[in-house]
Design a binder for this molecule. Structure first.
Ligand code: CP
Ligand code: NVA
Length: 318
């Protein structure tokens, strides 16, 4: 069977929405990563893949965004689709129109929606009432598309994810949860170092550990970083947690990715951060700007992965 046939066969199996990575099979990850690498290579050669001509992508955003919004918009345009940015505050959802009514109406206009909001339950309710693919562009609980594109960056720099030790330093937040789900499906070792009181969600962790016992949480950042191939971090206070900033700054003091921490990782370890970064808080400027940092590749790969997600989910969508 040719790559294209295998790709089409696997694509049929991918569920309509991407709401959390725990919905994806290992073969879905392979499908998305292979296709993203292919679309990226074609893009670099100047080949245009206009697979979504005439389609429309809605982007409903309840929180700020630089990378996710603009890379999804550029992805849609590059594939021939039209992005329509919808500030949630300007819709009737802000005046309590039921989520299910909004989803049913927008399903009649659009071919897919990338949705960034607070509540995971809300996006799941929205998807349940929708006839078109819904893509989670970040909720308080998960950031699945970010971790998909980050996996592409890991594959590019490490040749794959099998056998790797990936460390997470900092908050047990939406990014941590999506890394936990990815580790459950893909089997790599994931060690998270989080301060007491900021550990990942128990249920997310327990479900993932049923599939992969090499997922663990410690309060010791050095233990997580020791011999790691990948060191990953994120902001100490996520969007929506602005009121907790001072208290979090205190709790996370020891959870900084700096030269000392990098000293216990493998010599060829890479450093990842989904951005935006706060230099001097979760990561020092020298590490962020240093030779082991792959953060700009990460940011670029959001474009290629988002193109892939749109290509896979929206193509053939009636
Ligand atoms: N990494 C990420 O999701 O960035 P934005 O908030 O800018 O979209
Ligand atoms: N955890 C961060 C990720 C930003 C891309 C947040 O939710 O704000």
């Amino acid at each position: 069977m040719s790559f294209v046939e295998k790709f089409e066969e696997r694509k049929q199996k991918l569920k309509n929405h991407i709401l959390t990575l725990s919905d994806l099979e290992p073969s879905d990850f392979t499908l998305l990563l292979d296709r993203a690498a292919e679309l990226k290579a074609r893009h670099k050669k100047g080949i245009m893949d206009r697979t979504l001509i005439g389609k429309s992508l809605g982007l409903i955003f309840n929180k700020p965004s630089t990378r996710t919004r603009i890379s999804f918009e550029a992805a849609a345009i590059q594939l021939g689709a039209t992005p329509i940015f919808i500030s949630a505050a300007d819709t009737q959802m802000s005046r309590n129109e039921p989520v299910a009514d909004t989803a049913r109406v927008l399903s009649r206009y659009l071919d897919g929606i990338a949705f960034r909001t607070f509540s995971q339950e809300l996006i799941e309710d929205f998807a349940a009432a929708s006839d078109i693919p819904i893509i989670n562009a970040l909720t308080d609980k998960f950031h699945p598309c970010q971790v998909l594109s980050d996996l592409l960056t890991v594959v590019e720099h490490k040749g794959g994810y099998e056998g790797l030790k990936i460390a997470w330093i900092g908050d047990g937040n939406n990014m941590a949860h999506s890394w936990i789900n990815a580790a459950a499906a893909l089997g790599f070792t994931l060690t998270l170092a989080c301060p007491k009181g900021y550990h990942p969600d128990r249920e997310v962790l327990a479900k993932a550990r049923e599939k992969n016992s090499a997922i663990s949480v410690t309060t010791d950042p050095m233990r997580a970083a020791r011999d790691a191939d990948v060191i990953n971090t994120d902001v100490w206070a996520s969007m929506g947690q602005e009121d907790e900033q001072a208290q979090r700054r205190e709790a996370f003091q020891a959870y900084q990715v700096n030269a000392l921490l990098m000293g216990v990782a493998r010599k060829d370890a890479i450093v990842m951060h989904c951005l935006p970064a706060h230099r001097g808080e979760e990561i020092t400027a020298d590490v962020l700007e240093g030779p082991r940092s792959v953060v700009w590749d990460q940011a670029e790969n959001k474009l290629h992965m988002h193109k892939t997600i749109l290509d896979v989910l929206l193509k053939g969508n009636p």
